[in-house]
Design a binder for this molecule. Structure first.
Ligand code: NAP
Length: 283
């Protein structure tokens, strides 16, 4: 098991070395004068429950969950916020005074806030989402409630179908079947797949995109461009961003759940963008 005497907040994932959450939460802590110590914890694939149980029995008060554990974390919680119930996926946990573990999902509000900041989204936009994992479950309700139409394209079609069944009562959502497509182009393409070094982008038919108008958002981020961002640039896309802003916004909402204080985030986005800068708007 891991040692957690020195911290009371943590992010759990596999892999975890890429995470910027400890830096963001340190910044929030200093900015708000709320003392919390936050670390990244690598979790073997079969060990999420034992790690979380150990953490919350010891010093743990709040946790973030990243890939691939968001769906599993949902079942660990014995209380859920409305958005976590709808998502059936959890990225933030909080130990309550009665020892219950409350699960929330801040990915949806995090992504939507960043898309609005970038001016990448409008009501009625037609959005292509690549992927159908825990992160997609977290973002769909926010995008559908905003009034967008969603098409899901995923390596495993069955997973895309399951997600469409789960969310169709909240708005216009369908699995992308290339030969059945009737729309001209997508306003926004969101890459929400993991294994960012392995994913293939040639699955996206260029005829469905308008490179001067379509917005491209990779919810992933890394110091160099992700493979998806490189692909967007190579096809001549005008509006491209990685997911560093989403990370900052979802972290701010997690911080709010834990401490009831909303930190200011634009300054931290500016800091992170110096290292993870892919926001391109060629008008
Ligand atoms: N910026 C942020 O704040 C933020 C927030 C949340 C998540 N993320 C990032 O988003 C990514 C997805 O997270 P998640 O929780 O949804 O992960 P997940 O639950 O493990 O889902 C992974 C998804 O990626 C697809 N996939 C995996 N390997 C692939 C490959 N080689 N080729 C094509 N598709 C592949 C999977 O398809 P199958 O269904 O076919 O397996 C599935 O749709 C992670 O990298 C995570 O770090 C970023």
């Amino acid at each position: 098991m891991f040692k957690c005497q020195d911290f009371n907040y943590a992010v759990f994932g596999n892999p975890i070395n890429h995470t910027q959450s400890p830096i963001i939460h340190k910044y929030f802590s200093v900015q708000t004068n709320i003392l919390h110590t936050y670390q990244a914890v690598y979790v073997p694939l079969d060990s999420l429950y034992s790690f979380l149980s150990f953490f919350f029995k010891n010093n743990g008060v709040g946790a973030n969950i990243t890939a691939p554990f968001k769906k599993e974390a949902y079942f660990f919680c014995n209380k859920l916020t409305e958005q976590a119930k709808i998502a059936q996926s959890v990225n933030t946990l909080k130990k309550l005074k009665n020892q219950d573990i409350l699960g929330d999902n801040t990915d949806g509000i995090g992504l939507l806030s960043d898309l609005i900041r970038l001016n990448f989204i409008k009501k009625k936009y037609s959005i292509l989402i690549l992927g159908a994992g825990g992160a997609v479950q977290g973002i769909l309700f926010a995008l559908l409630s905003f009034g967008c139409s969603i098409f899901i394209l995923n390596r495993t079609v069955l997973n895309a179908e399951k997600i469409v069944t789960q969310f169709q009562k909240y708005g216009n959502i369908q699995v992308l079947k290339k030969n059945e497509l009737k729309i001209k182009y997508f306003d926004l393409v969101i890459n929400a797949r993991s294994k960012i070094s392995e994913t293939n982008n040639d699955i996206i038919p260029l005829s469905l995109l308008c490179l001067k108008k379509t917005h491209f958002y990779d919810i992933n981020y890394q110091k160099n461009n992700t493979k998806f961002i490189d692909w967007c640039i190579s096809i001549g896309a005008h509006f491209v961003s990685n997911g560093i802003g989403m990370l900052a916004f979802q972290a701010a909402h997690a911080f709010f759940l834990w401490h009831n204080v909303m930190p200011k985030i634009h300054y931290i986005i500016d800091i992170l963008r110096k290292t993870y800068s892919v926001e391109k708007k060629r008008v």
